[in-house]
Design a protein. Sequence first.
Length: 149
Amino acid sequence: MSIQAHFQAVADFLKQIHPDSTVVNHQKPNPLVNACYVIQHRLDGRQVDSNYQMKVERTFVIDYYDTNVDQVLTQMDIVSTQLYQHKMLTVQGSTDKIRIESFAFSIPEDVSDIVCSGVLKVSQLMPFQQPSYSKMENIFTKYNNLKEE
């Protein structure tokens, strides 16, 4: 699954729990709007899980901007609770699931905007491309009648 599908799954989840919000990928909008989530990619790690699949771990930073500190803390607490209750994110139009590994949030000390930042770690098992072989179409048998003389 592509990284864009992961961005879309996170954005869909945020819109599901907070329908009145704005969700933006990569960088905060200028001018900044209230009730705005900004999703940024931070890390991508992969490891071989078996001969047939690999584990993809991705880390996203979710920033939430609003009018006051209590509102951003309350909303990020709701996001955290909902993430752990759902345990999985779904990708629209697919049966693939993305597992929630962890989520932590805090308010940075040195920002001029009222923002709360959360770090979301997700993982997914992805199959390796396997070679395909042509199928046998027909099997013919031939019997030789060997007589001893």
